[in-house]
Design a protein around this ligand. Sequence first.
Ligand code: GLN
Ligand code: ZN
Length: 758
Amino acid sequence: MSKSFVIGFPRIGEQRELKKVLEEFWAKKCSFEEVLGVAAELKKRHWEYQRDAGVEFISSNDFSLYDNMLDTSIMLGAIPKRFETLKNEELYFSMARGNSSYVAMEMTKWFNTNYHYIVPELSLEDNYSLNASKIIAEYNEAKKLGIKTKINIIGPITYLGLSKRVDGGDIYELWSKIVPIYEKLIETISAVDNEIVVQIDEPIFVKGLDTKVLSIIKPTYDRLCKVSTNIKIAVVTYFEHSNEATKVLVHTPIWAIGLDFLYGDKNLNSLEIIASSGKKLIAGVVDGRNIWRCDILKTLQLLENISKTVKKENILISSSCSLLHVPFSKRYEQKMSSEIKEWLSYGLEKLDEISLVSKLFFDKDGLSEAEKDELRKNAQANESRKNSNLIHDKAVQQRVKNHTKLQRDGDAAARIDLQRELLGYKDLVTTTIGSFPQTPELRVARSDFKSALISKESYEAEMKKYIDECVAFQEECGLEVLVHGEPERNDMVEYFGEQLKGYGFSQNGWVQSYGSRCVKPPFIYGDISRPRPMTVEWITYAQSRTNLVMKGMLTGPVTILNWSFVRDDMSRGEVSKQIAVALSDEIDDLQKAGIKIIQVDEAAFKEGYPLREEKIKIYEEWSVRDFKIAVSSAKEETQIHTHMCYSEFNDIIDTIEEMDADVISIETARSGNELLKIFKSAGYKNEVGPGVYDIHSPRVPSAKEIVEQIEHLLEVLPKEQLWINPDCGLKTRKWDEVKPSLKNMVEAVSIVREKLNA
Ligand code: GLN
Ligand code: ZN
């Protein structure tokens, strides 16, 4: 008997088929029927893959044309008023993406993953009503293929917890409007078949809930379980432990509880109460969000340990979370070294791992020859990871261990005085965040160079031409601190990963980020070092083209880490320290080459925050430590900038202060001067560049608007402390949006300066 369970499966398709057909549809190049056709084909294939791998609990309704939270809003009839007149796919995609007549709904990150969901907009005066058609149709679709699925839905408490209430007030006040719809849903499902397992995802339970939220868990699940006797409810959580909620759930009539034992090892503390409740335990033991091959024997040990408390027959073997967060299959990786490939496991491979673990756990003696062989291979691969010198580099380990320079010399105030004197910039000095528009020509040149279709010389000539134009434009525009424009970078992490030893890349390792957008995160498999300078040539070339100051541009250690798959045989903090030491060499090389300002971007600093309060301190300790190590080589006269592109600094202002950057640029344009206030109230003394216009929109801001924005900023911080820049990098914008916007920004600054001097 195999009791294997998969929480959810990737839906974008092994060749990103869903992405492709959606984008064609949006470009009006194909019909919606064609989209549905591709979707049906993908669902079928994905169910069959799982069935063939021997998975017993396979999901329906884990598929989505855009996002499951959005699907849940549709299911509940939670349609914001502005979309009222729309229907079907037009409604759905307008909610997701907006268009010239409709503002899209907001999108935000799903817990601490790189997946983004559409944030529901709820209000007490709205009326909700059930639309179960997608859920029922998908169940029947699988059934017709002979596959009996469990039905996945996002739980009411998580749904509410991730929503925003547009009329203000507590979101959980809507509980009494939402739960009845879920009851109706269960009733509707129960009419479809004899016995159905409904998997209700409640990842919000891992966030350390307050007593009020905890108090609604029991009434919710008592009510949902009461609806029908032929529905078995499994409540699953992931990404952390959910001990507080588990304590309550065991006293409800649910059938099973799903816990993540990899990212929430404290879940082990709940085993006793689960055992005495007699409920099934869906044991998340195969990593659903990282790409390393499972260590089967180690996993088995964990399960044996669990089964000392919970009866074996009550255990199901599961992925730790939905496989949505890993790429489809490593079989498309044809360029990777075969040694490294052996260490990896993507979605399809994880299905086999789940099956094998479950076979071993329940029926050790029934192993087939092929399975025994697989087990041997697994042990070998894990042994090789422990010893391979592709991974373990003694010299790097020694160097990182002995690294003693933990911060820059000198005190910030004195440093900034010195820098101002040497660099001679005015108050309200103007700059940009790094990238300029990425043109189709640039993309072609980079990819042609990668596939050796053009020579190094012609590639470099193309990049230099871009840099020349970029510098010329900035000078003509009157910007004061220049950038080279980042034409050589595909992506701010991949560019560095490609040059660091210990980093790997996939060919087809796509993971859905939102809607049709996928990312292909690089992965850190070994000790990290920098064989040669990574940016010095480009930056010094750019500097040679101007007499103004050229700002060097790097990505910080924490962001590099947070946007990669990270090795699991070492703590994240240790990996980040290795990156930091490598970056400190780069900074030293840049300053030796005459670069006077260096920006170290930490765009993903905040996303790395742990879900559990008690882990935050440790994260902050090593992330700040490593930013400081990275910049520790900068001399006092070298000005260090950092950039963080999100709002909400309130809870991390002390941490930002500790990072000790001379200048920080942040995203503020959409919120006036609200976000800046925390810098004032915290007594932040270093310089700040609050974005004065929103780069996410194609709109060109007028000089007048920017003057007003700067004046708002001046209400909070003095002119001596302010830099003037856009919100973020300009790579996603077009030149004909960027040029007038920056000209207006520069004009606005001169207007404000004149007023101040008058
Ligand atoms: N320097 C990067 C750029 O301008 C920063 C990007 C970011 O913050 N996401 O593109
Ligand atoms: Zn940014």
